[in-house]
Design a protein around this ligand. Sequence first.
Ligand code: ADP
Ligand code: ASP
Ligand code: MG
Length: 406
Amino acid sequence: MARIVMKFGGTSVGDVPRIQNVARRVKAEVERGHEVAVVVSAMSGVTNQLVDYVRQTAAIADLREYDTAVATGEQVTVALLAIALQEIGVSARSWLGWQLPIRTSDTHGSARIRSIDTTIVEERFKEGQVAVVAGFQGLSDNNRITTLGRGGSDTSAVALAAALKAERCDIYTDVDGVYTCDPRIVTKARKLDKITYEEMLEMASQGAKVLQTRSVEMAMNHRVRVQVLSSFEDKPGTLVVDEEEIVEQAVVSGIAYSRDEAKVTLIRVPDRPGVAAGIFGPLAAAAINVDMIVQNISLDGETTDMTFTVGRADLKRALATLEQNAAALGNPRIVHDATVAKISVIGVGMRSHTGVAQQMFKSLSEKGINIQVITTSEIKISVLIDEAYTELALRTLHTAYGLDAG
Ligand code: ADP
Ligand code: ASP
Ligand code: MG
């Protein structure tokens, strides 16, 4: 007998027959003798609709009320799944975040889980009851409903698995595992049997939405065994594991992309100490994340150009913040471009191999794709390109690194 957490995403609970399918999968685990907690998302499309309602009501809404509205999608699916389980003879009840509670920070819209009280769930396990827990939501210290950021149910599931000391956390979704690249774009993408926590973390943070970044962070910190698998087919998925568990490590394990960024360039800022702090300080104060940064070498020793990327959703706010501080920055010309994509190649094998970046630059240049910004980390190389070339770049690099399925 084991204790397991099963998580089902939006498509997997997209309509009533699918919820009934989920109930059957949960029942199968219960019949194996396991103690089961299930985390569900809202039905696919519902959270988008709720976000849209809030946006229609106010351009900039009170985030506490935003959370109260967008967290409702999960309330429907926990109840329906509990009913579906009861219908097939499985004892189950639904739990909303506040009912356990799942305590979070008060950063509404992207709250972090601090603790989960599992006392009641564990008591009910002894009675053979399945806990159906709403993903994506929690409760702040002020007793307000919070949400964990889009895709946050993955994090709810991993956090619950950590709190319950579960043997594993199975993330059921609409693909049968983690692929070398998004299989909806690169049809030759290959399913990975295993991927390291570190690589999965990079893949997720560079745009592979199959797992929310924070869920991987949490799995890594608490050593939760995560498996990504299909809710529609009965076959093994991808295990997220420690590096030692991977026997043959490829140099490049995967390629991710993100169309969520925008590029900003400040032309002719004074080349003196404190300028970078002058630019990025106010952006940080406005809670705007900056990702890639390049500063040109100053030719005249007086001025330089600074290019960086921010989330596309933050672009307007970033420009407004820069305008407000323009005088202190020497009134640079500010230009921006939201039609960019970031392409990242990822692999722990990069630590011990050279030439990986060169391969990327060469392959892209052969297709006439211009690289606008480059950043690297120990196991990742990212480039910013014109968004129009996203698919071509992904397919080209996938082939160049020998990742194509046989
Ligand atoms: P869920 O609703 O189950 O949480 P998501 O839509 O959040 O599902 O995540 C699954 C999707 O992630 C897949 O449909 C796929 O298009 C996308 N995806 C992006 N990159 C990858 C990758 N490397 N491997 C698998 N899926 C990926
Ligand atoms: N329903 C939420 C969203 O659409 C959470 C999730 O799906 O993980 O972002
Ligand atoms: Mg998701």
